[in-house]
Ligand binder design. Structure first.
Ligand SMILES: NC(=O)c1ccc[n+]([C@@H]2O[C@H](COP(=O)([O-])OP(=O)(O)OC[C@H]3O[C@@H](n4cnc5c(N)ncnc54)[C@H](OP(=O)(O)O)[C@@H]3O)[C@@H](O)[C@H]2O)c1
Length: 305
């Protein structure tokens, strides 16, 4: 038997329940993956809440989770890209809060990527949303070597990935807004931390103007400072849909985002701090912590396998 965290209707974490399910059998071009680690993201509680119901209607029962890492344990007919025992990263479509999942291996489905040996399953599971989104955002604003970047929400999952990838792209300076208690973390990654909130504009004025900005927080202040400090709208981006418009465009995810991101990371140092670990049965607790904010890294569900 296997386990999955499901919900039958949109709502709060009270809608979540743990179901015992048979281990699936793979069909043509599919594999079954047994997950070791599953990333927890704000998008998970937004999907559960029904925020995306208009553009991404879910068949019920459904489940949260858009990323995970584990091992291929069964291979269906026609599969050539993966074999039993392969470590893989799953990304994209919702439903990863489970122990086993059937996953398409078709390149056009773009759901499965080989896990580089350098990553633990825990680190691999949190790469798709954080590092993938950061990479697309940096590509969109055209960050180049020697340039200065402003990152709003730099201490969050996507923000910390943005800081690290910006330096891999050759950024000369990364200024990151965050709560004061996350400033040490940002400094350890080479960024210059600045506290958000009242007086932010004055604090930012102490630094040379950035060439580009990535908003990983949303809201009026990141929007206003991006418009104030950077002339060209093409060099501003937000990852928060509610904060996007023509002046600060929404991130446009590039095709094959995760493989491209992994190519940039290569063997360079790259690490996302994991500040909370939960079992599948405690998924509701993990989502509540994510929704409260102030995580300072990533949360994961561990299956113990
Ligand atoms: N469009 C996409 O594809 C996409 C992809 C990924 C995420 N997202 C969205 O992007 C947002 C961030 O995701 P995440 O995973 O990085 O979340 P997260 O880990 O919870 O990080 C949130 C960040 O926002 C900061 N923050 C909170 N209030 C702020 C304010 N008033 N001004 C500046 N910063 C503030 C937090 O700083 P402190 O903790 O230091 O206070 C933290 O750095 C979420 O809304 C998520 O749904 C969108």
């Amino acid at each position: 038997m296997s386990t999955a965290v499901l919900f039958d209707r949109y709502g709060t974490v009270d809608e979540l329940y743990v179901a015992d399910l048979p281990v699936p059998s793979p069909g043509a071009d599919e594999v079954v993956v047994r997950y070791q680690s599953i990333g927890v993201n704000p998008i998970d509680w937004k999907i559960l809440r029904g925020d995306l119901a208009d553009r991404l209607p879910l068949a019920m029962p459904s489940g949260p989770g858009v990323e995970a890492a584990g091992t291929v344990v069964a291979v269906g007919p026609g599969v050539t890209r993966f074999k039993n025992g392969d470590p893989v990263i799953r990304h994209g479509r919702p439903g990863t809060y489970r122990l086993h999942e059937m996953v398409s291996t078709l390149p056009e489905a773009d759901e499965l990527t080989p896990m580089p040996a350098r990553f633990t399953a825990e680190q691999a599971a949190v790469l798709p949303v954080a590092a993938g989104t950061a990479f697309s955002a940096l590509r969109q604003v055209g960050l180049g070597a020697g340039q200065r970047l402003l990152v709003h929400g730099a201490s969050g999952g996507v923000g910390l990935a943005t800081v690290q990838l910006a330096f891999l792209l050759g950024a000369a300076e990364v200024i990151g807004t965050a709560s004061a208690h996350h400033h040490g973390l940002l400094r350890s990654m080479g960024a210059t931390p600045v506290e958000y909130g009242d007086g932010l504009e004055d604090r930012l004025a102490a630094y040379s103007p950035p060439d580009a900005s990535v908003d990983c927080a949303g809201g009026p202040q990141p929007y206003a400072t991006a418009v104030q400090l950077i002339n060209d709208p093409a060099r501003r981006v937000t990852i928060v849909p509610e904060s996007a418009d023509m002046q600060v465009p929404l991130v446009d995810h590039i095709p094959k985002e995760l493989p491209a991101t992994l190519s940039l990371i290569g063997d360079h140092p790259f690490h996302l701090p994991v500040t909370g670990r939960y079992s599948l049965a405690s998924a509701a607790e993990a989502l509540t912590v994510s929704q409260k904010g102030g995580v300072g890294g990533k949360l994961v569900l561990l299956t113990g396998s």
